[in-house]
Ligand binder design. Structure first.
Ligand SMILES: Nc1nc2c(c(=O)[nH]1)N[C@H]1C(S)=C(S)[C@@H](COP(=O)(O)OP(=O)(O)OC[C@H]3O[C@@H](n4cnc5c(=O)[nH]c(N)nc54)[C@H](O)[C@@H]3O)O[C@H]1N2
Ligand SMILES: Nc1nc2c(c(=O)[nH]1)N[C@H]1C(S)=C(S)[C@@H](COP(=O)(O)OP(=O)(O)OC[C@H]3O[C@@H](n4cnc5c(=O)[nH]c(N)nc54)[C@H](O)[C@@H]3O)O[C@H]1N2
Ligand code: SF4
Ligand SMILES: [Mo]
Length: 754
C-alpha cells in the first residue's frame, strides 16, 4: 500500500519540507512539499535521495557490545548494562572530568540531540565537552557572546529583502547555507539579483556561488579579518560610518577608529592579495546600498583570526546601520526561544572559566577545542586525570577533527567508549557499545537549533513518517536511557528524564516576573501538557512558554503543540523584525563594540599584516551531494564530480610537474595524504583544495560503499596545533602544505589500489 507522509529534511541547515512516498513501511520516494510554509517545494539532490539514505543496508539495526575484543550484536538491555558499568566505573574512580562527551553535527538535526545532551552534561558534571562547533562556528559564538552578551544571538542576513549581500567564505550553492537557514538559498540569491540587488563573494575559489556574483574577490586564505578591518577603516576614514538608529544601543563606537587605525587598505593589500582600490570599493558599496548585510561562514571561521573576522562582520553591519533592520542582519525569534525577558543589563559572556588540562586551552561556551581531544586522552600530566571514558553522540572526529591518526589511537586506548551512531565507522569502531538510532523516517523532527537562525520566523513539526521497526528504539529514548545509565540511575523509567526537565523548567518559569505563567502552580501546568510522549510534552511546554505561545491559557490564540499538529505544513510567523535592545545580555546592556578580549587579540592581527605564505596553502570545499563524513555510503550521492581530488591551479600544476588525474602527495604538519590531482582555474594561484569527510579505508568499519572509494582524510594534514586562540576553533583553511607528484613506482601502487 502506497501512501505519503511529511518529513522535514535533516540533511542540511535548509530544513526543507519533504513529501515522502511510503510503500509497505519503506520510503520509496521524496519530493519537495509545495505547501511547506517555508521551503515551498524546494528540494535538492540529497533531500530527493532521502529514501536511499534512510534504507542504507549498512545502517546498524541492533546495539553492538564488545565481548572479548569483538563487537557483537546484543539486546538493548545488555547494551545499557554495559554503558552503566563502563561509565560509572570510570567516573567513580577518576572523577567526572575523566568522562569526555563528544557531540557531532547531526545533534543539531535531531529532536533527541536538542533535548538530551544538556541533561547528560548536567548529570555527569564533566567539563570535558568537545563538539563539532570547534571545527566550525565557535568563532561566531564567541564574537556574538562578546558583542551581544549571548553566544547564541547570531544575526542572520535578511536574504529576501536585502539590497546588497557581501558573502565571505560561504558557498551556499553547494552547502545550501549555514548559520542562515534558508530553503532554496540559490533561488533567494537569484531573486536578490532579479530585484536589482547586488551580490559580492569573497572566496579564494571561483565557486558556483562566486559565479553568480556581481563581484568575486579571490582573497588569500586566512586573511578576511584584515580585509574586513580595512573596510571598517575606510568607513571611518571617508565619513561613511553611520549606525543611524542603532546609536543609543552602542558602546565603544568612539574607540573603534583608533583600534583599527593600522588596517588601511594599502596596509592589508599585500597580505590579502587584494588591491587597495578594491577594498575601498567594497566598503563604499556596502555604505551606499539602501540596505546591506555582511555574512561570513566556514571560510571566515576556520582560520587563525576566526573570532576577529566574525566580530568584524557584525561591526560592519553596525557601522552601516544594517544591524537589526529589515534588509540588513537581524536576530530571528524562534517559537521555542525562552520567554523574552525585559531589556536591560545581563550577566555578560565569560571566556576561559576553565582550561584544558594538557595545553591549557581556555573553554569557550563550556567547550574545549576538539583539536585537543586526543591529547586529553593520551597525555598524562601532574594536574588531574586524563579522559578514560568517552560518550560520543553523532560524531566522527577521527575524520572531522585534526590528526585522525592520533585520535584513532587515543580512542582505541580508552577504558570505555559508547557511540550513539547509525554506522560502524572510523570513530564508532572503537566503541565498547554502539547504540544505533533508527533511520530518519522513523524519527520525529523539529528544528530547535535552525529556527533560531532562519531568514523567516516559522515553526514546523513532523511526527515519525513510519512507525519504529520491531527491535528499534527511538533516539530520544536511547539518549534518555543513556543519561540514566551514565549518571547512576540505570534502569529508572526514561520518561522520568523528561518529567524532571518539565518540573524544573516550569518551576523556574513560575518564579519569573516576565513569564506568562508567573505565580501559577507548576504541577497544574504540567498536567496541561499534551503530546504522545516525553519529548512531545517538552516541545509543547517550550512552545507554550515561548514568544508566540499560549502561555498555558494566557493567550488562547497562542501556539501549542496541538495547534502545530493541526498545521502539518507549518505555521508562518512572519519576516524577521528588529528586536534590539531585547536580545542583549551584556553587562552594559548595549552592543559592546570593542570588548576587551577582542582588543587584546588585535596585535596578533597587526602582526599578520606582514605575513606572506612561502608556498601553497590548502582550503576545503563541499559538494552538493556530500554531508561531512557520513553520506559517502549512499551510492546515488557519490561519484561524478563528488570525488576526493586535489584542486590546483594550472600554473601551480605546471610548476610542480603535476598532470590532471595523476596522483599527488600532499604534506602538512600532521602528516601526508595522496589524492588524484584535478587541475582547475577555479582555485586561485597558490591555493589547493581538498574536501573533508573522506578517508574510509580503516579496518573494522561497516560502510561498504564508502570503503570502495575511500578518498583521503584531509584533516591528517593537521596536527591539531593551529587554533583561533579566542574560540579554540581549529584552523582548517589556509594551512601551509607541500604538493608533489608521486614517483612512478608509488604511482603504480596507487593505481592498483584505486
Ligand atoms: N578539513 C575540514 N574539516 C571539517 C570541516 C571542513 O570544512 N574542513 N567541517 C567541519 C564541520 S563544519 C563540521 S559540522 C564537522 C562535522 O563533524 P562530525 O559531526 O564529527 O561529523 P559528521 O560527518 O557530521 O558525522 C556525524 C556522525 O553522526 C552519525 N549520524 C548521522 N545521522 C545520525 C543520527 O540521526 N543520529 C546519530 N546519533 N548519529 C547520526 C554519522 O554516522 C556520523 O558518524 O566536520 C568539520 N570538519
Ligand atoms: N552539500 C553539503 N552541504 C553541507 C555540508 C556538506 O558537507 N555538504 N555541511 C554542512 C555544514 S556542517 C556546514 S557548517 C555548512 C558550511 O557551509 P559553507 O560555509 O557555505 O560551506 P563551504 O561550502 O565549505 O564554503 C566555505 C567556502 O569558504 C572558502 N574559503 C576557504 N578558506 C577561505 C578563506 O580564508 N577566506 C574566504 N573568504 N573563503 C575561504 C572555500 O573555498 C569555500 O568555498 O554546510 C552544510 N551543508
Ligand atoms: S537543501 Fe538541505 S534540507 Fe533541503 S532537501 Fe537539500 S539537504 Fe535537505
Ligand atoms: Mo558544520
Amino acid at each position: 500500500m502506497s501512501r505519503t507522509a511529511l518529513r522535514i529534511c535533516p540533511l542540511c541547515e535548509a530544513t526543507c519540507g519533504l513529501v515522502l512516498t511510503v510503500d509497505d513501511g519503506r520510503v520509496t520516494g521524496a519530493r519537495g512539499d509545495r505547501d511547506d510554509v517555508f521551503s515551498k517545494g524546494f528540494v535538492c539532490p540529497k533531500g530527493a535521495a532521502f529514501g536511499a539514505v534512510d534504507s542504507d543496508p549498512d545502517r546498524l539495526r541492533t546495539p553492538l557490545v564488545r565481548v572479548d575484543g569483538e563487537l557483537r550484536e546484543a539486546t538493548w538491555e545488555e547494551a545499557f548494562d554495559a554503558v552503566a558499568a563502563g561509565i560509572r566505573t570510570v567516573a567513580e574512580r577518576y572523577g567526572p572530568d575523566s568522562v569526555g562527551v563528544v557531540l557531532g553535527n547531526p545533534n543539531v538535526h535531531t529532536v533527541a540531540g536538542a533535548l538530551y545532551p544538556p541533561v547528560l552534561l548536567a548529570g555527569l558534571g564533566t567539563r570535558s565537552l568537545f563538539t563539532a562547533s570547534t571545527v566550525d562556528q565557535m568563532p561566531k559564538h564567541v564574537s556574538s557572546g562578546l558583542l551581544f552578551g549571548d553566544a547564541n544571538a547570531i544575526p542572520v542576513p535578511d536574504l529576501d529583502r536585502t539590497d546588497h549581500l557581501l558573502l565571505i567564505g560561504a558557498n551556499p550553492l553547494e552547502s545550501n547555507g549555514s548559520l542562515c537557514t534558508a530553503p532554496d538559498f540559490p533561488g533567494r540569491l537569484r531573486a536578490l539579483k532579479a530585484r536589482g540587488g547586488t551580490l559580492t563573494v569573497v572566496d579564494p575559489r571561483r565557486t558556483r556561488t562566486a559565479r553568480l556574483a556581481d563581484r568575486h574577490v579571490a582573497v588569500r586564505p586566512g586573511t578576511d579579518a584584515l580585509l574586513l578591518a580595512a573596510m571598517a577603516h575606510v568607513l571611518f576614514d571617508e565619513g561613511l560610518a553611520d549606525p543611524g538608529d542603532l546609536a543609543p544601543h552602542l558602546d565603544g563606537l568612539d574607540e573603534l577608529p583608533a583600534a583599527l587605525a593600522d588596517f588601511t587598505p594599502e596596509a592589508v593589500a599585500g597580505a590579502c592579495d587584494v588591491d587597495a582600490a578594491v577594498v575601498r570599493t567594497l566598503a563604499r558599496e556596502l555604505a551606499a546600498a539602501p540596505t546591506a548585510a555582511v555574512y561570513g561562514r566556514i571560510g571566515s571561521c576556520t582560520v587563525p583570526h576566526g573570532t576577529l573576522a566574525s566580530w568584524l562582520v557584525d561591526v560592519l553591519n553596525v557601522l552601516t546601520g544594517n544591524l537589526d533592520r529589515p534588509g540588513g542582519a537581524l536576530f530571528p525569534q524562534a517559537a521555542t526561544d525562552r520567554t523574552p525577558r525585559p531589556a536591560g543589563p545581563g550577566r555578560g559572556f565569560a571566556l576561559g572559566r576553565w582550561h584544558s588540562r594538557v595545553r591549557r586551552h581556555p573553554e569557550a561556551k563550556g567547550e574545549l577545542p576538539i583539536s585537543a581531544l586526543a591529547e586529553e586522552i593520551d597525555t598524562p600530566t601532574d594536574e588531574g586525570e586524563p579522559i578514560h571514558a568517552v560518550i560520543v553522540v553523532a560524531a566522527n572526529p577521527v575524520l572531522s577533527a585534526p590528526d585522525g591518526e592520533r585520535l584513532d589511537k587515543a580512542l582505541g586506548s580508552l577504558d570505555f567508549m559508547v557511540s550513539v551512531d547509525p554506522y560502524l565507522n572510523e570513530t564508532s569502531r572503537h566503541a565498547h557499545v554502539v547504540l544505533p538510532p533508527p533511520p530518519p523516517a522513523q524519527s520525529p523532527h523539529h528544528d530547535f537549533a535552525f529556527n533560531t537562525l532562519a531568514v523567516r520566523n516559522q515553526v514546523r513539526y513532523t511526527r515519525p513518517a513510519v512507525p519504529l521497526e520491531p527491535g528499534r528504539m527511538a533516539e530520544t529514548e536511547i539518549l534518555a536511557r543513556l543519561v540514566l545509565a551514565a549518571t547512576g540511575m540505570h534502569g529508572a523509567d526514561p520518561a522520568g528524564v523528561d518529567a524532571l526537565v518539565i518540573d524544573r523548567t516550569l518551576g523556574k518559569a513560575v518564579k519569573e516576573p516576565h513569564s506568562p505563567v508567573h505565580g501559577r502552580d507548576p504541577k497544574t501546568l504540567a498536567d496541561l501538557l499534551t503530546g504522545e510522549n516525553g519529548p512531545e510534552r517538552r516541545l509543547d511546554m517550550m512552545l507554550r512558554l515561548g514568544p508566540y505561545g499560549d502561555g498555558f491559557g494566557a493567550d488562547p490564540d497562542g501556539l501549542t503543540l496541538q495547534k502545530l499538529l493541526a498545521h502539518p505544513h507549518g505555521i508562518d510567523l512572519g519576516p524577521l523584525r528588529p528586536r534590539l535592545p531585547q536580545p542583549l545580555r551584556t553587562r552594559s546592556g548595549k552592543v559592546e563594540l570593542l570588548p576587551e578580549p577582542i582588543a587584546a587579540d588585535l596585535p596578533r592581527l597587526r602582526a599578520a599584516l606582514d605575513e606572506r605564505p612561502g608556498g601553497l596553502v590548502l582550503v576545503g570545499r563541499r559538494h552538493l551531494r556530500s554531508n561531512n563524513s557520513w553520506l559517502h555510503n549512499v551510492p546515488v550521492l557519490t561519484g561524478g564530480s563528488n570525488r576526493c581530488t586535489l584542486h590546483l591551479h594550472p600554473e601551480d600544476a605546471e610548476r610542480l610537474g603535476v598532470r590532471d588525474g595523476e596522483p599527488v602527495r600532499v604534506k602538512g604538519a600532521g602528516g601526508e595524504v595522496t589524492a588524484p590531482a584535478e587541475v582547475t582555474d577555479t582555485v586561485r594561484r597558490g591555493v589547493v583544495s581538498l574536501p573533508h569527510g573522506w578517508g574510509h579505508d580503516r579496518p573494522g568499519t561497516r560502510t561498504r560503499h564508502a570503503a570502495a572509494d575511500p578518498g583521503a582524510n584531509v584533516n591528517q594534514l593537521l596536527d591539531g596545533g593551529l587554533l583561533d586562540p579566542l574560540s579554540g576553533n581549529a584552523v582548517l583553511n589556509g594551512i601551509p602544505v607541500e604538493v608533489a607528484p608521486l614517483t612512478a613506482a608509488v604511482t603504480e601502487t596507487f593505481e592498483a589500489l584505486t
